[in-house]
Design a protein around this ligand. Structure first.
Ligand SMILES: [Zn+2]
Ligand SMILES: [Zn+2]
Ligand SMILES: [Zn+2]
Length: 259
């Protein structure tokens, strides 16, 4: 009998907030903890599907994340939004361009790609002979599309006043950095097996979900499994895990699943 190949393989590269955990200069119990799952790099994911390898965001820890997980293949980047903790590792895409001797498409909304053009325009130029800069191809998306046959669905979200995107691939969705999910986006999230969901802190915050808001959205979306991401050092791995409702768990760097 033919082996059943997994359709989708996802790894949390980072599940920290913009400061990462430990936070510089902090002596709190989480930051001093020996629990390795309390060490969080900036938010990003690596997804393999249909033979293609996708990065969700390029945070400032991208190089260390790629070395830690042994990543050598990146076929496209799916951007959520242009905050520094999701974008500023963009220069490290150079290594993946060099490995494949080819450019890498960047998918995002117009808001994000305009920001990338303005701040990192040098990375959007044709390659030099030495591939000494990243060579990236920005492609604005406003609805579901395919990359090399793999169906990708951008999910419009609100992140404070910013229009951001979540991403759905197959039965998995990655929703980082959000304060609200517009009504029109909810049908795009039906039937999920696996949902990664913003959970910044105990308390609500203008541009993010607090713990109870995350639990409410997890219940409303109703994925089989919801994994909390983008956490600050105020959220300790075991303490948060102890109060999660059934079907909700706390993410950690290196967390991985195959669907
Ligand atoms: Zn963020
Ligand atoms: Zn701390
Ligand atoms: Zn953000």
């Amino acid at each position: 009998m033919e082996a059943i190949l997994s359709q989708l393989d996802v790894t949390i590269l980072g599940c920290g907030s913009s400061s990462g955990t430990p936070a510089i200069g902090c002596r709190c119990a989480t930051c001093l903890s020996d629990e390795p799952r309390n060490r969080r790099t900036r938010a990003s994911a690596y997804v393999k599907a249909g033979g293609q390898a996708f990065l969700i965001d390029t945070g400032p820890d991208l190089r260390q994340q790629a070395l830690r997980e042994g990543i050598v293949q990146v076929d496209a980047v799916l951007y959520t939004h242009p905050h520094a903790d999701h974008l500023n590792g963009i220069d490290d895409l150079r290594a993946f361009c060099y490995v494949k001797q080819g450019p890498i498409p960047l998918y995002g909304n117009a808001f994000t790609l305009d920001n990338i053009r303005e701040r990192f325009g040098y990375a959007l130029l044709p390659p030099s002979r030495n591939w000494d800069k990243p060579v990236l191809l920005p492609e604005t998306v406003s609805g579901p599309f395919r990359h090399q046959g793999v169906a990708l669905t951008p999910i419009p979200l609100r992140h404070g006043s910013w229009p951001c995107l979540g991403w759905r691939i197959g039965d998995m969705a990655w929703l980082t950095d959000l304060s609200d999910i517009p009504e029109d986006s909810l049908p795009l999230l039906s039937g999920l097996k696996l949902l990664f969901l913003d959970c910044l802190n105990h308390d609500p915050y203008p541009s993010h979900l607090g713990v109870n808001q995350s639990f409410d959205w997890a219940r409303r979306i109703g994925a089989e499994r919801t994994v909390l991401i983008h956490m600050t050092h105020k959220l300790e791995y075991r303490a948060l895990g102890a109060v999660c409702p059934p079907g909700v768990e706390v993410g950690y760097d290196g967390w991985r699943a195959c669907l």
